[in-house]
Design a binder for this molecule. Sequence first.
Ligand SMILES: C[S@@+](CC[C@H](N)C(=O)[O-])C[C@H]1O[C@@H](n2cnc3c(N)ncnc32)[C@H](O)[C@@H]1O
Length: 331
Amino acid sequence: MGTVQACLDWAQTAVLEHSSNSCPPAAVQVSGASQLADTSDLAASAPDYHLDAQILLASVCGRDRAWLYAWPESSIEQQMVDLFQQLWRRRLDKTPMAYLTGKQEFWSMTLSVSPDVLIPRADTECLVEAALNALQSIENPTVLELGTGSGAIGIAIASERTDARVVCTDISQQALAIARLNAENHQIRNIEFLHSNWFDALQKNRQHQGEYPVRFDIIVSNPPYIEDDDPHLGGDGLLFEPRLALVSGKLGMDALTKIISEAPPWLESDGYLLLEHGYKQGLAIREQLLELNYHHIRTLTDGGDQERVTLAKPPPQTPTVSADCIAGAAE
Ligand SMILES: C[S@@+](CC[C@H](N)C(=O)[O-])C[C@H]1O[C@@H](n2cnc3c(N)ncnc32)[C@H](O)[C@@H]1O
């Protein structure tokens, strides 16, 4: 048995012991890349420790932080004390809070997360906003999200546009399980999840005239876009996230390039491709889009005024690769 106050005092002491046993924290690198930017350095400031300890203890007790303030002398069962201490030690080793609480806020929703998925970032809300704007004048739109992870983007769009049909793909079955759980928890009905390596499963579906749309009004993606050997990958936060969700080739551009080159036959002629990317990748993306004759190309900035999302309409008259064509080509 312990009390609320005793647990918080213990956490404070553990911080001091931990910092005296470890190297002083490196200064927090301010990176413009969203997938890097939210790796808040646990050791950056004492108030964060304090807040994190409260959030974790409240989460373990199934209460909110107000309860901790109101009832500092409340007893806490030993089992919960043990769990809190175990989580707090992981926090001191820089495990992101979202993986400890199993929750992350995104678009006013609380989403379940696990180490199988990227922790949804606030900057990605800029992509959701852009997608909703692109859909504004379209009734019953079809939406494809590539690389859904926790389902954050697809679920946010589906929740705002209940007339939309949203198809979300990911190559990770574990991620899809979390995404399905989130959709269920938020009672989102207009969403489907598909195991796919980018467009592959949709291509098979098209060949067999399956149940999924063959064109979409928008395709939206926050693909992995960090360079293979980015030194941040070994640092706080990112170290705990799935590599599959973070890195994409030497320049971090492999997934973005693949999506840009393969998206046209999947888009309605007046549709939009919307991509989140690193703050230094905007120019390269615009160049690739131009080269492939996309038009209405625009890059939007995030809350930190960094280039974050690029959108474009597909090249004119991109024929659907029909099942007949594919069969013919194979003969
Ligand atoms: C940066 S995360 C984005 C997750 C989520 N959409 C978000 O914004 O929080 C990229 C996602 O792409 C998925 N992914 C990576 N390679 C893929 C591939 N070849 N095909 C489909 N999805 C892939 C990863 O599993 C991961 O969930």
